[in-house]
Design a protein around this ligand. Structure first.
Ligand code: SAM
Ligand code: FES
Length: 354
């Protein structure tokens, strides 16, 4: 019906495809000339970001969560897990080390842990901003009210990562308990955008039940939301979750989709995720060669890293922060890119702080 390589060229030129074209391209991805696709994705990336790959220092500050997502290793019902919380001082200590190592974006991530009140989150955010004026702060702490998101923004948070997890309501419902709602999740993403955050959304590649048709919806959803960042990584089963026997996502599908996302939203910030590095020893390098331009090394204290195990065999849980960045620098240089410490704000003109 279509020529897949012509569809790739069309995506490069027009940054969009129809639903039928997406479905055809995804279903027939084995026929795509991958070298050509990845080259176009790299060209687009370099138009906006040159050879720079941005580093974001990730502080996983709590593994308590009130939610029970079926795929997630830190879900509430996992009793096989020691829970931890970092204090404000411990978080500031990690941020200090991150700053010393050159990070100019700090990502604060946790489960949905109600222990941290809005005032506590605002205090942590404003303390980091006061100490390090040139640092961008990304929050990734789940679903909150519009008012809470506004408070964090006013305290100085610049960006927010909230993966939508699935753009197809019935698929979203199959991944989450009934207390969680698709509409609620999408409302959060729209609220964050309206407030002025640089917003990141995304999904797990090959999540249980994900069909090729659904991936076409993902692509159209991303285009419509026009996020500053898109986080995608392979689903990987965790032994203490209901999805423990499900198949992990593949390297091929993940890097194919990374390249498609780069062509669809040329200015997007696109991480080569830790999950991608977990399913393949050179997953992140291949991600960068397919158009990704962000890495998120771990800044959490080594003693808690293994406890933030979202999926089995997560990598980078043993190294000190300095070793982590040294390792990633070498990996990125090995594929011809430079790891840079700049804040690396989105080049998308619709994301200008008000
Ligand atoms: N609580 C926050 C939230 O809900 O956005 C942030 C933490 S949550 C653990 C971060 C992301 O981890 C999720 O959005 C999900 O896509 C990813 N994740 C969770 N379990 C995973 C798994 N088994 N395999 C791959 N990614 C997973
Ligand atoms: Fe809450 Fe995964 S279930 S972070």
């Amino acid at each position: 019906m279509y020529d897949v390589n012509k569809l790739v060229d069309k995506l490069y030129e027009k940054t969009t495809l129809s639903k039928e074209e997406w479905i055809y391209l995804i279903k027939n991805r084995n026929d795509v000339d991958k070298e050509h696709l990845f080259k176009l994705a790299r060209d687009r990336q370099q138009e906006y970001y040159g050879k720079d790959v941005y580093s974001r220092g990730l502080i996983e500050f709590s593994n308590y969560c009130r939610n029970n997502c079926l795929y997630c290793g830190i879900r509430r019902d996992n009793t096989n897990l020691l829970r931890y919380r970092l204090t404000k001082d411990e978080i500031l200590e990690c941020a200090k080390e991150g700053y010393r190592l050159g990070y100019r974006t700090i990502v604060l991530q946790s489960g949905e842990d109600m222990h941290y009140t809005d005032d506590m989150i605002c205090d942590i955010v404003s303390s980091i901003k006061n100490l390090y004026k040139d640092v961008a702060i990304t929050l990734s702490i789940g679903e909150k009210s519009y008012e809470s998101y506004q408070k964090y923004y006013d305290a100085g948070a610049d960006r927010y990562l909230l993966r939508h997890e699935s753009a197809v309501e019935k698929h979203y419902e199959s991944l989450h308990p009934k207390q969680m709602s698709f509409k609620g999740r999408i409302k959060c993403i729209k609220d964050l955008k309206e407030i002025g955050y640089q917003v990141g959304c995304g999904f797990m590649v090959n999540a249980p039940g994900q069909k090729d048709e659904y991936l076409a919806d993902e692509m159209l959803f991303l285009k419509e939301i026009d996020p500053a960042m898109v986080g995608i990584g392979p689903f990987i089963p965790h032994k203490d979750t209901p999805f423990k026997n499900e198949m992990a996502g593949t390297l091929d599908m993940t890097i194919f989709l990374l390249a498609c996302i780069r062509l669809s939203i040329p200015s997007v910030l696109l991480p080569a995720t830790t999950a991608l590095g977990t399913i393949s020893p050179i997953g992140r390098e291949l991600g960068i060669k397919a158009g990704a331009n962000v890495v998120m090394p771990n800044l959490s204290p080594v003693r808690v890293r293994k406890l933030y195990e979202l999926y089995d065999n997560k990598i980078c849980t043993g190294d000190e922060a300095a070793q982590c960045i040294g390792c990633l620098k070498g990996r990125i240089e090995s594929v011809g890119y430079n790891l840079v410490s700049a804040r690396g704000d989105s080049k998308n003109p619709s994301y200008v702080r008000r």
